[in-house]
Design a protein around this ligand. Structure first.
Ligand SMILES: NC(=O)c1ccc[n+]([C@@H]2O[C@H](COP(=O)([O-])OP(=O)(O)OC[C@H]3O[C@@H](n4cnc5c(N)ncnc54)[C@H](O)[C@@H]3O)[C@@H](O)[C@H]2O)c1
Length: 291
């Protein structure tokens, strides 16, 4: 298979709604599934907001007019169908899983996807760090299971890591790279190592900030302020972690520390917040309060 004609996204959280938006704005129909209608609706709303923002930008620059933008908004959002069952998965070519970063949940979803999608469909994971090989083991088609790692926010970030597990076929890796191109992203291929490429680089930098914060009892907001004011980054690392979801960021940090030792550091302050159920923007509280 060279190009996909219909896609699916499982998990309509921080990443899922935007991933569906990326696919729909590239002209493909996509079905978006979550466990609860409330989450499906949030994902659909996210996709609508992002599309509206992008189209509004074009109107603002005089590249489009409002009537055109309204028609395009309806067209793009009309390509996304929400479901809490696996309705509409029977003719999917490319499915992307974006459920929480826990292997038992991923494997459950992969085994379900294996049942409900046609045999030729590629089953991809947006995992930030987990083993693609282990996800493939939950299916009857491990050769068609591949990592397809978007970056936050998926609607803006161009890069996708295409990760091959031990059983992923070359044909699948190529089809995933083609699909990335079809949805206007740039793919890089990488092997199944903890943190893949990007998170290993990003975390090796941020780990030093987390370590300093902890060892010297610094205020995360003060650190963010200095970094932002210095223009070293568009926002500080603690605010960014809140946006990404502290459970996800913590999981990646723990996985990197387990894998590479004290080259990486797990922030105790972040761990405490996660244990208290404060996961950042998605729960309204993390290092910051969010409306
Ligand atoms: N947040 C980020 O910045 C980021 C960036 C890149 C990759 N990722 C990866 O993407 C994946 C999702 O992360 P997220 O931040 O969007 O998580 P999230 O917690 O914001 O959303 C996960 C969604 O999955 C849903 N879900 C749980 N079990 C499900 C099931 N069995 N079937 C369908 N939906 C189910 C939840 O209800 C929730 O809406 C993770 O693997 C994460 O590592 C996250």
């Amino acid at each position: 298979m060279v190009f996909a004609f219909k896609a699916a996204v499982v998990g309509a959280g921080t990443m899922g709604g935007e991933i569906a938006q990326v696919v729909a704005s590239a002209g493909l129909p996509v079905v978006l599934k979550d466990v609860d209608q409330r989450f499906v609706d949030q994902g659909l709303e996210k996709a609508r907001e992002v599309t509206q923002g992008q189209l509004g930008g074009l109107v603002g620059k005089g590249k489009s007019d409002q009537a055109q933008a309204d028609a395009q908004l309806a067209e793009i959002t009309g390509r996304i169908t929400g479901t809490t069952e696996y309705e509409g998965f029977g003719d999917v070519d490319f499915a992307i899983e974006a459920v929480p970063e826990r292997m038992e949940i991923k494997q459950q979803v992969f085994s379900e996807l294996d049942e409900v999608t046609p045999g030729h469909a590629i089953l991809a994971s947006n995992t930030s760090s987990l083993s693609i090989t282990e996800m493939g083991e939950a299916t009857s088609r491990p050769d068609r299971v591949v990592g397809f790692h978007f970056f936050y926010p998926a609607s803006m970030m161009r890069l996708i890591e295409v990760i091959y597990g031990e059983d992923t076929s070359e044909e699948t890796v190529q089809a995933a790279a083609n699909f990335a191109q079809q949805i206007r992203k740039q793919a890089i291929r990488c092997g199944e190592v903890p943190g893949f490429v990007v998170n290993r680089i990003l975390n090796s930098a941020v780990t030093e900030i987390w370590r300093q914060q902890d060892e010297h009892g610094l205020d995360p907001k003060e650190i963010d302020k200095v970094i932002q004011e210095s223009k070293a980054a568009p926002m500080g690392p603690f605010f960014l972690a809140d946006l990404l979801g502290l459970d996800t960021v913590l999981h990646v940090a723990e996985h990197l520390e387990e894998s590479y030792g004290d080259r990486f550091f797990v922030s105790p302050a972040m761990k405490e917040l996660v244990e208290a159920g404060n996961l950042g923007q998605k729960t309204g509280k993390g290092f910051y309060e969010h409306n």
